[in-house]
Design a protein. Structure first.
Length: 882
């Protein structure tokens, strides 16, 4: 907690560490009332540091220092100083051994940073700066050390004792305790340290690496979850193989462990050889887990595994470089998922998420470049910008270099920097050196925030048979106006019979081959013109194919042109986007009509497009399901100045009900055609079929016919998997069939009350209900025995789901905002990271109409007025009130 205003840390102030730690020897005695940590650090002055006479300052907080020893001599209290955040030893030699004994209380640690308890086990979370809650240390990623860890604990309560690296020794004591010593042969920063102690069981498998090393793979869970580990294990093996084949990265130890814990702030953590996972991101079985969650498990297992190279072997010099490991690793896991399933579907899902969530961040008060220049609390910068936009920047590099040169660049990066803590600049330089490409202007993506706006217009000249594209870029953030970006704009020109051959004026002649119908234009100026020659007919441009850059594209397509693109573009992303943009135009008409008090008319083209999608059996079912989903309320709010949430919700619901009523027969047909009889598998085909079937169910239920109700109840009762079960429950919860809804909710809870992750779905489907009165239900859920404010998954399921429920969260009386402020104030004291994360929706007040914005600010001001705000919450609230 804070007594004074938190300090801002700047990238420009970076200095190399004054000391290095060659060896870190840790000894933990875990006991119910108190945990004792003894550390032995072999240290020396850093020859690269300019301040050679400095005293030694170690990070440390929330612990009780018992004793400090320097080269074997116990220091007197006058030889060192301890404050809230550090330990300073006044005078140390050039090379020395420092030993500290500290006491900590993991059982009282609700922040879930450092060493804490989750259910009956002990576990750690050290990224970003949690290690300093375990012992005094140089807790910064550029201090890399060889770790050994000894854990002593009661053998009956904690039969499993784990840490990084190899188990090198173990034994038992006469008092019923036992101990295990672990040694990690790789140097690592403290944020990759991990410890787990508990009564856990495991499944085991093995993987033989490309050079023939056998790796033992284990997933540790509570006994009751042992039947939910197979999918994660298979995902891990696929990831290991894929990383060898795609990036030439081989695993480097003979052991790889995953542990599942219930209480976890994020999804998972890539600690060296001991990944710790939120149970929600590792456990899966058909009866309890939806298709989306199956896919999430595979992606996160891969993500954490890939960090072994992009993050662990090559790590970050400082936390400003976070996107170096996160952007690159998200890019790697997205490529993996694309290779495991449908590339287009994965791309559409990712782009949809980026455009809705990251673009909103870029437009708000917390906007930052993927490499931020300052922060108060680094935990606040684990953002969609650093992760997802960061991945888009890597994707653009891959696109600009081409597959082979990109691989050459990544090989060079890993080889050149293995064992080092480096910067984003080092990554770009390796890409440049390996490819010979000049990325100087491209580097602006690392230092400038904001979403570039790309205004494109086209003109066809029949006389000269040329087509000119004029491209203007601009970018504004709350803070500044950036310089022109280097934007790779992938495009094609579509004629009646297909994509036209492209010959750019002033460029080398394009050979007459099959692949000359797509070009990547290098947009580098604030305004540029591209002229295409020998264009025989007026084309429809297909722009930003595959979403080749994270920009907002504006092209004034007619509705008929969008219809044309939707069925003719060979780029799957562009087909989906054309459908979305037609949906945007349709919704904008209806929103305007609603606001003017007029009748809302649904764009007939949209209806006929949907009709076509439902009738053409040759189309990819997942894509059909995605295209049948209108642009979300959040997306609409993001593109409409001073968004009127109620109007958006009413217009969108009216459109959906109209679609449902008009296309009832087709939805019923799609429902039946996609009802599977085979046993559940989380494979691409089945997921696609379920997705289309449940989209159809969703629409059918909007018509609220008895027939739809019967179908929905039958699905709920007969479902053999959670995807179908939840789809039916969700349709009921959002319907007016009050009695059936209550019955299903009660039945569901009764059936699943002992499965925490299923109960969380039960909580969130209720908190996300868009009907009136949801806030009262949410308050009741928080008093339900299934709720626990100290468990982040529960908080996300109730409070998080409620804030994503726009129409209720933004109720015009401000009750949603006040509710959120209350929760943040409570969580600020318990778990600052979660409190700050939940604040997100309130910080975007500028996006909303004046009345809402004023009420949102009022809620923020109430939080700001609290005494003892954590750094995390203070930073977000103060920046958003500025
Ligand atoms: N590095 C992990 C995510 C992570 C980040 C921060 C955490 O605590 C503040 C915990 C986990 C990843 O990218 O998966
Ligand atoms: Zn990561």
């Amino acid at each position: 907690m804070r007594d004074s205003q938190p300090k801002t840390i700047y990238l420009k102030d970076y200095q190399v560490p004054e000391f290095l730690i060659d060896h870190t020897d840790l000894h933990f005695t875990l006991a119910d009332d108190m945990t004792t940590v003894r550390s032995r650090l072999s240290m020396r002055r850093n020859p690269e540091s300019k301040t050679q006479d400095a005293s030694l300052v170690l990070h440390g907080q929330d612990m009780q220092l018992q004793a400090v020893t320097l080269d074997g001599t116990l220091l007197s209290a006058s030889a060192y100083k301890v404050d809230e955040e550090s330990l300073t030893v006044a005078s140390v030699p050039d090379s020395f051994v420092l030993e500290c004994e500290t006491l900590i209380k993991p059982q009282d640690n609700t922040s879930l940073e450092g060493l804490y308890r989750s259910a009956s086990m002990y576990c750690t979370q050290c990224e970003a700066e949690g290690f300093r809650k375990i012992t005094y240390y140089l807790d910064r990623p550029d201090v890399m050390s060889l770790f050994t860890t000894t854990i002593v604990a009661d053998k009956a309560a904690y039969p499993v004792l784990l840490s990084n690296g190899n188990n090198v020794d173990s034994g038992e004591n006469s008092d019923g305790s036992h101990w295990v010593k672990w040694e990690d042969p790789f140097k690592k920063p403290a944020y990759l340290f991990a410890l787990v102690a508990g009564d856990l069981e495991f499944i085991e498998d093995s993987f033989t690496t490309c050079s023939g090393n056998d790796v033992t793979l284990r997933i540790f869970v509570e006994a009751k979850d042992l039947d939910k580990c197979d999918h994660a294990m298979q995902s891990l093996k696929r990831s290991m193989k894929w990383d060898e084949e795609t990036f030439g990265r081989e695993y480097d130890l003979n052991i790889f462990n995953i542990v599942a814990v219930d209480d976890f702030n994020m999804g998972a953590m890539e600690n060296k050889s001991l990944n710790i996972f939120n149970t929600s991101c590792v456990l899966a079985k058909p009866e309890t887990t939806t298709d989306a969650a199956f896919q999430r498990v595979e992606a996160i297992v891969a993500h954490e595994y890939f960090h072994n190279w992009s993050g662990n072997r090559v790590t970050c010099r400082d936390w400003f470089q976070l996107s170096l490991k996160e952007g690159f690793t998200v890019y790697r896991d997205a490529e993996f998922s694309s290779d495991m399933g449908s590339r287009t579907v994965k791309r559409v899902e990712d782009v949809n998420f980026l455009r809705t969530v990251q673009f909103a961040e870029d437009a708000g008060p917390m906007a930052h470049p993927i490499r931020p220049e300052s922060f108060m609390e680094i935990s606040n910068f684990y953002t969609v910008t650093v992760y997802e936009k960061g991945a888009e920047i890597v994707r653009m590099i891959a696109h600009l270099l081409g597959k082979d040169l990109f691989r050459k660049g990544s090989d060079l990066y890993f080889e050149r920097h293995d064992g080092q803590a480096v910067t984003c600049e080092d990554f770009v330089k390796a890409m440049e050196d390996a490819s010979g490409k000049d990325l100087s202007q491209f580097r602006r993506w690392y230092s400038q925030a904001g979403t570039p706006q790309l205004a494109v217009s086209g003109r066809y000249d029949e006389v000269t048979s040329t087509y000119s594209l004029t491209v203007k870029q601009s970018c504004k953030t709350v803070q500044e106006t950036p310089k022109a970006f280097h934007i790779p704009l992938a495009m094609a020109l579509l004629g009646e019979a297909g994509a036209l051959r492209l010959q750019l004026q002033g460029a080398e002649p394009n050979p007459d081959s099959a692949d000359n119908t797509e070009l990547v234009l290098d947009v580098t100026e604030s305004e540029q013109q591209f002229v295409f020659e020998n264009i025989p007919e007026r084309p429809v441009p297909s722009l930003l194919r595959g979403f080749s850059a994270p920009v907002q594209l504006h092209f004034d397509y007619s509705r008929d042109e969008l219809m044309f693109l939707m069925s003719h573009d060979s780029d799957g992303f562009c087909r989906w986007d054309a459908c979305q943009q037609l949906g945007v135009l349709a919704l904008k008409d209806m929103i305007a009509a609603y606001q003017a008090g007029q009748d809302m008319q649904l764009e007939p083209r949209l209806l006929s497009a949907y009709q076509h999608l439902l009738s053409d059996e040759s189309l990819d079912k997942s894509m059909v399901a995605l295209m049948l989903s209108l642009p979300s309320e959040a997306y609409m709010a993001g593109i409409m100045p001073k968004a009127d949430v109620q109007a958006i919700h009413i217009a969108r619901m009216t459109a959906k009900v109209e679609i449902a009523d008009q296309l009832q027969a087709l939805f019923l047909q799609a429902y039946k055609a996609n009802t599977l009889s085979q046993p559940y598998q989380a494979n691409e085909q089945q997921i696609a079929a379920r997705s289309l079937k449940n989209t159809a169910l969703h629409y059918l239920m909007l018509s609220e016919t008895e027939e739809a109700l019967a179908l929905c109840l039958a699905q709920y009762q007969q479902a053999q998997n959670m995807t179908d079960s939840m789809a039916a429950l969700s349709a009921l919860v959002n319907s007016s069939f009050e009695q059936q809804k209550q019955q299903a909710l009660a039945d569901f809870y009764q059936r699943w009350q002992s499965e925490a992750l299923v109960v969380n779905q039960w909580l969130s489907v209720q908190a996300g209900c868009y009907l009136a009165g949801t806030l009262d239900k949410v308050k009741a859920l928080m008093a339900h025995p299934a709720f626990d404010i100290k468990n982040p998954n529960k908080v996300r399921s109730v409070v998080g789901a409620f804030t994503a429920n726009a129409v209720n969260f933004h109720h015009q009386d401000g009750s949603g905002y006040e509710f959120l402020a209350d929760q943040i104030i409570t969580l600020n004291a318990l778990n600052p990271q979660i409190a700050a994360r939940l604040l997100g929706p309130l910080t975007k007040w500028q996006q909303y109409k004046d009345e809402s914005a004023a009420l949102m600010r009022k809620a923020l001001q109430r939080i700001m007025a609290q005494e003892q705000l954590s750094k995390d919450v203070y930073e977000v609230v103060s920046k958003s009130l500025n």
